[in-house]
Design a binder for this molecule. Structure first.
Ligand code: 4UU
Length: 541
C-alpha cells in the first residue's frame, strides 16, 4: 500500500572506493586544520593528526601488499579493544584492497574460531594479550605466524607489529580494480533474524552512502563545528565503526578513544577534552541520568548525544534531560543496514520515536503474510537503498530468507509510521535476537550450548527487559531430564555452565526457569512468541 521514501532530498553517492573517498578533498579536510590531533588515546593523551594518519596509512597500505603479499579479496580479521591507531590499521587494509572482518575482542575461543574460519581470514591483527587464545586457533587451522600481526611496537611469539611492515612508496588513488558498488570492504558479524552469527558483507558503497546520508541529516550550520567526539563504542561494531572511525575521519572530528567503558573515566575525559558529541546506547543513557558520580563532573560541553542500538523509553529520556542539557537524538540501525537508517532530526524528534528515514532510503511495513501496510499500522520494517548490505557471506539460505524477490531486506523489527508526527516508531522485535546493552546475543547459540548439558531435555532462550538498566537480559526456559531435581542448585549449575562457555555479555543474567514443555509448532519450531508471553505475564504481576 505504501512505500515510505525519505522526505529529505536524495544525496549523490560517489561511485569510488572507500579509501579514496575518505582521503579525497572535501569540505571538511579543505577547511579544518589537519595538523591538530584527530585520534586521541583518552587515558594517555597519545594522539595522531589527520595528516600523520594520511601519511602512515598511505605507506602502510603498500606495505601490506609488498611485504605480506596481501591482495584484493583477502580478508583480514581484527580482534582488539579500541586502539588509538585503529583508524590506520583499517584504512591501510582498505588501501591494500583487502576486506576487513572486525570482531569482538571479548569473544571466547569458540567464538573467535567461528568468525576466523567463517570469513576465511588469510591474516589476523590483534593485541598481545589475545595472542595465547588466538594462536591456539591459528595453529589448529594452519594460519602461519607470519600472517599474524600486532598493535603496539613489540614482536611477541614470532608475530610482528603491523606497523613494522610499512612499504617504500605511498598508495596511489583511486585504487585500481576496486568496484565500490560490489566489492566488500568489511565483513561484520550479526545473527540477523535467526540462528548464529553470520558474516554481513558491506561494500565500499554501503559505507560511502552511510557517510553522506549522515552528514546530510545534520543542520548546515553545525557541520563545520569544532566538535570533539567521545569514542567508547567498540570499533568492531557497526555503530562505533561508522560514527567513530569512518565518519569522524571523513569530517576531521577528533575522537577521544576509550578502550573500555568506565563511567568515571568517561566523565573525566568529557571534562578534560571538552567533548561535544557522544554516541551512546540506552544503558549508558541511564547511567548518565542516574549514577551519582556523574554529578562530580562538568558535562555541559556536550551539545549532542546520539542514542541507538536498543529502545530508550520516554522516562529515561526525561531523566537524562534533567542531568545533561544536550540534545538527544535517537537513531535506529543494524549491521545489515551499515548503521543508522532512521534517525531523529535535530529540529526535534517526538520522544520515543526513532525519527525519519535517511536520504536515499526506502522503507515498507508488512504484516506476517508479507502484505504492505499503511500509516499507523504495526508491522515488520523492510528496507531498500544504498546502505543495505550486499548479503550474508557464503550463506545463500540466509540471503533467501532475508531478501524479498524485489530486493527488500527484512529486519525482524516491528514498528509503525505515525501519520500525526510523520515519524517512525519501533515497537517490538519478531526476530530471535536479544540485545544486552546494545550487544547481540543470539538465542540459538545459547540454546545449542544448553543442549550440550545432558541434564537438559529441551530449552528456549528469550530476552527479559530490565527497566532499571534499560536493557534486555537473556533468560533460559529449561525442560530437565525426568530424573533431575528442579532446584536452585540445578539452575546455578546450568547458568555457570553457560557462563563458562560464552563471553561475559551473553551470560544468563535473566536466570534459568524450569518448565515442563517448550511450545513448538507442528514442524518443531520453537514458538518464541508464547515463551516471550510467559515473561510478559510474569512482569505484569
Ligand atoms: C530499538 O545495534 C546496531 C546498530 C545501531 C545503531 C547504529 C547507528 C543505532 C543508531 C545509529 O545511528 O546494530 P546491530 O546489528 O547490533 O543490531 C540491530 C538491531 C535492530 O535490528 C534492532 O532490533 O538493534 C535493534 N535496534 C534498536 N531497537 C537498533 N537501534 C534501535 C533503536 N530502538 N533505536
Amino acid at each position: 500500500m505504501v512505500i515510505y521514501k525519505a522526505t529529505v532530498p536524495s544525496v549523490p553517492v560517489p561511485n569510488i572506493d572507500l579509501y579514496s573517498f575518505l582521503f579525497n578533498a572535501n569540505e571538511f579536510n579543505q577547511t579544518k586544520d589537519l595538523n591538530k590531533p584527530v585520534t586521541i588515546e583518552g587515558e594517555t593523551g597519545r594522539s595522531l593528526t589527520w595528516n600523520q594518519i594520511r601519511e602512515k596509512v598511505s605507506y602502510m597500505a603498500t606495505g601490506w601488499t609488498e611485504n605480506v603479499g596481501l591482495k584484493k579479496g583477502d580478508t583480514v580479521a581484527v580482534f582488539a579493544p579500541n586502539q588509538y591507531d585503529h583508524v590506520i590499521l583499517y584504512l591501510s587494509l582498505l588501501g591494500a584492497k583487502c576486506t576487513i572482518s572486525p570482531g569482538n575482542p571479548a569473544y571466547t575461543e569458540a567464538e573467535f574460531e567461528h568468525q576466523i574460519t567463517n570469513c576465511q581470514a588469510s591474516a589476523l591483527v590483534t593485541v598481545p594479550a589475545l595472542l595465547p587464545v588466538l594462536l591456539k586457533i591459528t595453529d589448529k587451522i594452519g594460519l602461519p605466524r607470519s600472517r599474524i600481526f600486532l598493535f603496539g611496537d613489540k614482536q611477541v611469539e614470532g608475530c610482528r607489529p603491523y606497523t613494522s611492515l610499512s612499504g617504500n612508496k605511498p598508495t596511489v588513488t583511486p585504487l585500481q580494480g576496486v568496484d565500490g558498488a560490489n566489492d566488500t570492504a568489511f565483513i561484520c558479524y550479526s545473527s540477523g533474524t535467526t540462528g548464529l552469527a553470520k558474516g554481513v558483507m558491506l561494500t565500499h558503497k554501503n559505507f560511502i552512502a552511510q557517510v553522506v546520508q549522515t552528514i546530510n541529516a545534520e543542520p548546515e550550520e553545525d557541520r563545520l563545528n569544532d566538535d570533539v567526539i567521545l569514542g567508547f563504542l567498540p570499533f568492531y561494531h557497526i555503530y562505533g565503526l561508522t560514527s567513530l572511525v569512518l565518519n569522524a575521519f571523513y569530517k576531521v572530528v577528533p575522537v577521544v578513544i576509550m578502550a573500555r567503558f568506565d563511567l568515571e573515566l568517561l566523565c573525566q575525559l568529557v571534562e578534560k577534552y571538552k567533548v561535544t558529541l557522544a554516541s551512546i546506547v540506552p544503558p549508558v543513557a541511564v547511567l548518565l541520568a542516574k549514577a551519582p558520580v556523574v554529578a562530580k563532573y562538568d558535562l555541559t560541553t556536550i551539545r549532542l548525544l546520539g542514542c541507538g542500538a536498543a529502545p530508550l523509553s520516554k522516562e529515561h529520556i526525561e531523566s537524562l534531560a534533567k542531568r545533561i542539557p544536550a540534545q538527544l537524538k535517537q537513531g535506529y540501525g543494524m549491521t545489515e543496514t551499515t548503521s543508522g537508517v532512521i534517525s531523529q532530526s535535530l529540529q526535534g524528534g517526538v520522544p520515543g520515536s526513532i525519527g525519519i528515514l535517511s536520504a536515499n532510503m526506502e522503507c515498507k511495513i508488512v504484516n506476517e503474510h508479507g502484505q504492505e501496510l499503511g500509516d499507523d499500522q504495526e508491522g515488520e520494517f523492510l528496507f531498500r537503498g544504498p546502505s543495505i548490505m550486499k548479503g550474508y557471506y557464503n550463506n545463500p539460505k540466509a540471503n533467501a530468507e532475508t531478501f524479498t524477490e524485489d530486493g527488500w531486506m527484512r529486519t525482524g523489527d516491528v514498528g509503525k509510521y505515525d501519520s500525526k508526527t510523520g515519524e517512525f516508531f519501533i515497537l517490538d522485535r519478531i526476530k530471535e535476537l536479544i540485545k544486552y546493552k546494545g550487544y547481540q546475543v543470539a538465542p540459538a547459540e545459547l540454546e545449542a550450548i544448553l543442549m550440550g548439558l545432558d541434564i537438559i531435555a529441551d530449552c528456549c532462550v528469550v530476552g527479559l527487559y530490565d527497566e532499571s538498566q534499560a536493557t534486555e537480559i537473556p533468560r533460559a526456559y529449561v525442560v530437565l531430564q525426568p530424573t533431575v531435581e528442579k532446584s536452585d542448585k540445578t539452575a546455578k549449575v546450568i547458568a555457570d555452565y553457560v557462563a563458562s562457555n560464552v563471553t561475559n555479555y551473553k551470560k544468563l543474567r535473566g536466570g534459568v526457569k524450569f518448565v515442563d514443555v517448550i511450545p513448538k509448532s507442528p514442524s518443531g519450531k520453537i514458538l518464541r512468541r508464547q515463551v516471550k508471553d510467559w515473561v510478559k505475564n510474569e512482569q505484569k504481576k
